[in-house]
Design a protein around this ligand. Structure first.
Ligand SMILES: [Zn+2]
Length: 496
């Protein structure tokens, strides 16, 4: 038997673990030299089976899960670090068992749209990350010549907007821009993703909810009414944008396409038909579309503003129905946070919500408030809470938030499962516990989330990164070592 000193290992075990997508007993052995899982046994081995002094914990009855891969977060550093940051965003992730986040190319300044901008971001991230961080690049008008170089620098995919992004430095792309990007990326190991909302021409728009005029969005009704906001971004925005993307798909038939944060169920048949005729396109949805319904959002409660909007209860039910379909059939394969925070003043918070402000001209105005929901690190518990009455299993959650998200960003050989050769990233999940969302359980920088005040079922007791415990609910963060997260800059090799 090798000595503990020569080959340091760490051992975690439980009667319940999700291994290769299946709930089973397991003992997981991780090399502390490489951080990789070196062996897995399908039973709980006693500590005496390992060299003396080996760190060993039997976590039964808690469930060992692969660390979650949140494939859609905005960390906003550098440039808008007061909105979020690598340190706070990744701590919030680790708190909720998320061991990998993939940062979106916009809302930091500069945006990740050129190699030199990407280098600035990498510099800003060094030494601050508590979990592993991957990066997306951005597609904006005129930057197609940077795209293949960004692939080589390690971006894990690209995102473009078909509608105003909310920040000046990340303009929307036209069909011509998309065509150029598709040609550049046609044979690259990457994924091209879209914020799929687009204002249809007046002849295609639905009823009088949208008027094609200046300003282009002309809401009818009180600006503090959630319903006014909802009507201003109807499902037709999503279906029109997706039809536009599908019309261009033949430019690069082998390039995987992906719709970020799908909200409207009306888009599902379009995507299903496209997949049936061989178009390589998938979609993700978000924790908030699966757990919040527009009928329950109080007027003025701008914590709920995001784009596309949170829709009705029946829309939410439709998203769940799609998600729970057989793997090969489903259009929606992943669930992500789209954690997109800002400072409370930009959220125009009314005095009726925690840390809201005195009434001002824009207070509670859904049209002036920044669009984005904060939830990084809460997703596992949000899904588990909502799933209690929807008949989901913990294996389902692992599929949507670990295995499939890892695959989407080309990390399927390293993350998203507990398997020999994979990183020893583990969430220890207490599926019976519960907790209240409050400032002490929202570790992101700005304590502003529509989930505040909700009790969530399912608590992450401990989080491991490469076999090292980085967080425990009892003891907090492991200060001794500091942030040990790595930047995932190895270029992708697979297209999924
Ligand atoms: Zn986003």
């Amino acid at each position: 038997m090798p000595s503990a000193v020569d080959h340091p290992i760490s051992v975690v075990a439980s009667e319940r673990a999700v291994i290769a997508g299946r709930l089973t007993a397991a003992t997981v052995v991780i090399s502390l030299t490489t951080g990789k899982i070196t062996s897995i046994f399908d039973c709980v081995l006693p500590p005496s089976d390992f060299p003396e002094g080996t760190p060993y914990i039997d976590h039964s009855p808690h469930v060992l899960l692969p660390g979650l891969v949140d494939a859609h977060v905005h960390l906003n550093e550098p440039g808008r670090t007061e909105w979020e940051g690598f340190e706070t965003g990744t701590k919030a992730a680790a708190f909720g068992g998320v061991t990998t986040v993939v940062d979106m190319p916009l809302n930091a300044i500069p945006p990740t749209t050129t190699v030199s901008n990407f280098k600035e971001k990498i510099n800003a991230a060094q030494g601050k990350c508590w979990v592993d961080v991957g990066f997306y690049g951005g597609v904006i008008p005129g930057n197609h010549t940077e795209l293949t170089a960004l692939v080589k620098e390690g971006v894990r995919g690209f995102k473009g907007f078909l509608i105003d992004s909310g920040v000046d430095e990340f303009p929307a792309v036209s069909s011509d821009d998309i065509t150029l990007a598709m040609k550049e990326l046609a044979d690259e190991p990457t994924t091209l993703m879209f914020h799929a909302e687009m204002i249809p021409p007046i002849s295609d728009s639905v009823g009088d909810a949208v008027q094609h005029s200046e300003p282009p969005l002309f809401p009818h009704g009180a600006l503090t009414s959630y319903n006014t906001f909802l009507l201003s971004r109807p499902p037709a925005f999503e279906t029109y944008a997706i039809a536009e993307i599908l019309a261009l798909a033949s430019v690069a038939p082998d390039l995987p396409l992906h719709i970020v944060h799908l909200s409207a169920i009306e888009a599902i048949p379009l995507l299903r038909q496209a997949r049936a005729r061989g178009v390589k396109i998938t979609a993700e949805t978000c924790f908030h579309y699966l757990s919040i319904a527009s009928e329950k959002i109080n007027d003025g409660d701008t914590r709920h503003k995001c784009c596309p909007p949170i829709r009705t209860q029946s829309n939410q039910d439709g998203l769940w129905e799609e998600l729970q379909k057989d793997d090969k059939e489903t259009v929606i394969q992943t669930v992500v946070s789209d954690h997109s925070p800002c400072t409370p003043d930009l959220k125009c918070l009314p005095p009726t919500v925690p840390r809201g402000t005195e009434a001002g001209p824009n207070t509670g105005d859904f049209f002036n408030a920044w669009g984005g929901v904060s939830s990084v690190g809460l997703g596992l518990s949000i899904l588990w809470t909502e799933g209690q009455h929807r008949g989901i299993t913990i294996e389902d959650v692992v599929k949507w938030c670990c295995a499939n998200t890892a695959k989407q960003v080309g990390l399927e050989h390293q993350k998203g499962d507990l398997a020999v050769g994979f990183d020893g990233d583990i969430a220890v999940f207490d599926d019976q516990g519960s907790f209240m969302v409050e400032p002490s359980t929202m570790l992101f920088r700005n304590k502003c989330s529509p989930y505040e005040g909700r009790e969530l079922k399912g608590v992450v007791r401990e989080t491991y990164l490469r076999g090292q415990r980085i967080f425990s609910r009892a003891d907090g963060f492991t200060k001794k070592s500091g942030p040990q997260g790595q930047l995932l800059l190895e270029p992708r090799t697979t297209r999924t």
